[in-house]
Design a protein around this ligand. Structure first.
Ligand code: HPA
Ligand code: ZN
Length: 336
C-alpha cells in the first residue's frame, strides 16, 4: 500500500532489539550444522526450521519464549557467528528505513557457556562497522543483564575486565536488563544501576511488559533509568503516566512481541492511542524479530492497521525515536 511506502521511507531509529533475537530458524540450523552443535532431541520443534517457526507461533508467555531464545544461543560460538547474526539484522533494519539502531545483547548468557565477552563483542562490532560503511546505519551497543540470575552474577559480569574496558572506551553506550520479569522487580538490581550511573553509562530496563506499573515506578525512581523497555502497563496507572510525561521518558514499545507473548490479545490492545493522547513518548520496535514474526517496519505497519494513525502522528512517533536516541546531537540533526 502507499502507506507502507510512507512508513518505510520515514527516517526512524530502533531502540529495542536483542541481537540474539535476530537468530532466524534458518541461521540457527546452519550454524548448528557448521559448529557441530546438537539441538534438543526431546522437542519435536527442533526437527526442522519449519517446525520451529510453527512452534514460535504458539508461545504462551515471556518465559515460554525465553526457553527457546536461550537454547538458540547454543549455536553461537565464534566471532564470525555473532557477526553474521548482527549483519542479518542490520540488513533487515536498513530495508525498514532504520537510520540508527541501539541494540541489546546478553553477555552473561554467552560467558556462562564458555564464549568470551571479547568473542561476542568483536563479532557484533564487525557487523556494526559494516552497517555504517555499507548501509549508512549508525549504531550503539547496550549490554543487558539477566534478571533471573543472582545479582552477584550481574555484578561480576559488570566488573569483568573486558566488560569494563568496553564501557571505558565507549564500545558500549549503556546497560539494560531483560529476561523473566514477574519474579524479579527492578529494585533488586539497585547496586548494578548505581555503579553504571557512576561510570557515566546510559540506563534503561525492561519493565511493565508482564510486570505491573509499580515496576516502572521503581525502575524510574530507584534505578534512575531514562528509558523504559516495553512499559505497556504504564497505561494502568494514570498518576505515573503523568510523571512519565513530565520527565519525558521514552518507552520502547514492541507491539508484535506483546501479541506473540500474550501480553495483549491483539495489536489494537497495545495502549498506543492512550499514550498518544496523554503525550507519553514512545518508539516502535521489533524486540526479537526472528521469533515474533517481523522486523521494525512490520511493527509500524501492524500499528497502522490497528490504529489508522495520521501522517502527522507517524511523523511525531518517528521524530520521538530520533530524539530519544543515545547518539550525539549532530547525528540526530542529520536524521531530523
Ligand atoms: N523481555 C524480556 N527479556 C527478553 C525479551 C523481552 O521481550 N527479549 C529478549 N529477552
Ligand atoms: Zn526486549
Amino acid at each position: 500500500s502507499p502507506f507502507h511506502a510512507f512508513l518505510k521511507a520515514l527516517p526512524k531509529c530502533e531502540h529495542h532489539i536483542h541481537l540474539e533475537g535476530a537468530l532466524t530458524p534458518s541461521l540457527l540450523f546452519s550454524l548448528a550444522k557448521r559448529n557441530s552443535i546438537s539441538l534438543p532431541t526431546d522437542d519435536p520443534s527442533f526437527a526442522s526450521p519449519e517446525a520451529l517457526i510453527e512452534r514460535y507461533q504458539r508461545f504462551t508467555s515471556l518465559d515460554d519464549f525465553l526457553q527457546y531464545y536461550y537454547i538458540g544461543f547454543s549455536v553461537l560460538l565464534h566471532s564470525s557467528d555473532f557477526e553474521a547474526l548482527a549483519w542479518d539484522y542490520f540488513q533487515h533494519a536498513s530495508d525498514g528505513g532504520v537510520h540508527h539502531a541501539e541494540v541489546f545483547f546478553d553477555p552473561q548468557a554467552h560467558t556462562s557457556r564458555g564464549v568470551s565477552y571479547t568473542t561476542v563483542l568483536s563479532g557484533f562490532q564487525a557487523a556494526c562497522s559494516r552497517a555504517e560503511r555499507e548501509l549508512g546505519i549508525t549504531t550503539e551497543l547496550i549490554t543487558c543483564y539477566l534478571r533471573h540470575l543472582p545479582v552477584s552474577d550481574a555484578l561480576a559480569m559488570f566488573d569483568h575486565a573486558e566488560v569494563q574496558e568496553s564501557y571505558r572506551n565507549g564500545s558500549i553506550r549503556g546497560i539494560g536488563m531483560d529476561s523473566s520479569e514477574l519474579d524479579f522487580p527492578p529494585e533488586l538490581f539497585q547496586e548494578l544501576f548505581d555503579k553504571a550511573r557512576e561510570q557515566g553509562l546510559r540506563l534503561t530496563t525492561h519493565a511493565g511488559e508482564e510486570g505491573p506499573a509499580d515496576y516502572i515506578a521503581t525502575a524510574l525512581n530507584n534505578l534512575g533509568v531514562e528509558r523504559i523497555d516495553h512499559g505497556i502497563h504504564l497505561a494502568d496507572d494514570e498518576e505515573l503516566m503523568k510523571q512519565v510525561v513530565a520527565r519525558g521518558t521514552l518507552l520502547t514499545i514492541c507491539p508484535m512481541s506483546n501479541v506473540v507473548l500474550r501480553c495483549v490479545k491483539e495489536v489494537k490492545y497495545v495502549p498506543i492511542r492512550k499514550f498518544l493522547n496523554a503525550g507519553v513518548k514512545f518508539s516502535i520496535n521489533s524486540d526479537d524479530p526472528a521469533y515474533f514474526g517481523g522486523y521494525i517496519l512490520d511493527n509500524y505497519c501492524a500499528v497502522h492497521d490497528a490504529f489508522d494513525l495520521s501522517i502527522a502522528e507517524w511523523e511525531s512517533i518517528a521524530r520521538a525515536s530520533i530524539e530519544g536516541s543515545w547518539c550525539g546531537d549532530e547525528r540526530k540533526q542529520e536524521m531530523l
